[in-house]
Design a protein around this ligand. Structure first.
Ligand SMILES: NCC(=O)CCC(=O)O
Ligand SMILES: [Mg+2]
Length: 331
């Protein structure tokens, strides 16, 4: 195929007017592309702003229901819930994750009750429930044990599914957990509960504000490099995705988002399955810091970064800017 050349071909010709740019746009954002992460806290009528995530708060269960209504009204299809577990409910083994009346389960039930037509994605990992802030059980040397942790994650997943979760999203990076959770869900009558696997979750410096939000920043000793991926690697991400798909994941996730667009594009090319990205707390904070410094326009920065995920091949994005972006798109 040979194309015309200048001046018959002028690449600027279709860019000359707004209607023409709209007509030629290869990718488009819609509120249905967003999953909105929300932080739940104890109490009644509570809103607790998170200083490292300006504009994001923890909400008590009664008030998170109002957020769910706002999301539904804006056309956002799904929420992702994260609990700020009270320190006295944290333990070495994170057993609060198995409590059918824990904060997460109460939030799921309240939202399902009031806003039944919105999806709920729940995070599976023990870090919001452990005293040490690691995602799993530790041996004496502080190493995160794989198989014993998977047993806990199965219980955590069943607990969330029983409360009404629609999508179980294991973020722990233990080996073999997708297959084990899928099997347990099938056996316990949750055949239609989906699994979105955090397949390629990197040991990233962009998670800091999230740890403030769930209250684990001060607790965490060391790092998560023995289970989360090395930012140097991309072939390894493809193997992680392949394994999770073989084990029964309905969709896969790459996390963080913008610094890993190359991974998203490779995963989409290689597997042609639904791929989601998590634009994480540090990415959100970076945009807000740029705005506060007068370095850019919030609305434009938010929409441009979210569109990048579509271009890379994502079916959707978990983003703390979800409601803001959805409202911008709704006009
Ligand atoms: N498992 C969920 C996360 O780790 C979120 C990270 C972030 O938003 O920084
Ligand atoms: Mg894996």
């Amino acid at each position: 195929m040979t194309y015309a050349s200048y001046p018959a071909l002028r690449m600027r010709r279709p860019r000359a007017s707004a209607w023409s740019r709209a007509m030629h746009a290869e990718n488009r954002l819609s509120p249905a592309d967003f999953i909105w992460p929300l932080f739940v806290t104890e109490g009644q009528g509570v809103e607790e702003p998170i200083s490292s995530l300006p504009g994001v708060s923890r909400w008590s269960v009664d008030r998170i229901v109002d957020r769910a209504r706002e999301a539904r009204d804006a056309g956002i299809p799904c929420l992702a819930l994260f609990p700020n577990t009270q320190p006295e409910r944290r333990s070495d083994d994170g057993a609060e994750a198995l409590n059918p009346d824990n904060l997460m389960c109460r939030a799921i039930r309240a939202i399902k009750d009031a806003v039944p037509d919105i999806g709920i994605l729940t995070d599976v990992a023990l870090d919001p429930y452990t005293v040490h802030g690691q995602d799993g059980l530790l041996d004496e040397a502080g190493y995160v044990l794989n198989d014993a942790t998977v047993d806990m994650l199965i219980g955590q997943s069943l607990n969330q599914a029983a409360a009404g979760a629609d999508i179980i999203a294991p973020s722990d990076m233990m080996d073999g957990r997708i297959g084990a959770i899928r099997e347990a869900l099938e056996e316990e009558g949750h055949a239609n509960v989906q699994i979105m696997a955090y397949s390629a979750k990197y040991a990233s410096a962009f998670y800091g504000p999230f740890r403030d939000a769930v209250g684990s920043r001060g607790l965490l000793k060391g790092d998560k490099k023995s289970y989360q991926m090395d930012p140097a690697n991309s072939e390894e991400a493809l193997r992680e995705v392949a394994l999770d798909l073989e084990e029964g994941a309905d969709s896969v996730m790459v996390k963080p988002g913008l610094p890993y667009l190359d991974i998203i594009a490779r995963v989409k090319d290689a597997f042609a399955v639904p791929v989601f990205a998590y634009q994480v707390s540090g990415e959100y904070a970076m945009i807000e810091a740029a705005v506060a410094a007068g370095a850019g326009d919030r609305d434009a920065l938010v929409l441009e970064t979210l569109l990048a995920f579509k271009r890379a091949g994502c079916s959707g994005v978990l983003t703390y800017h979800a409601l803001h972006a959805a409202r911008l798109l709704n006009g």
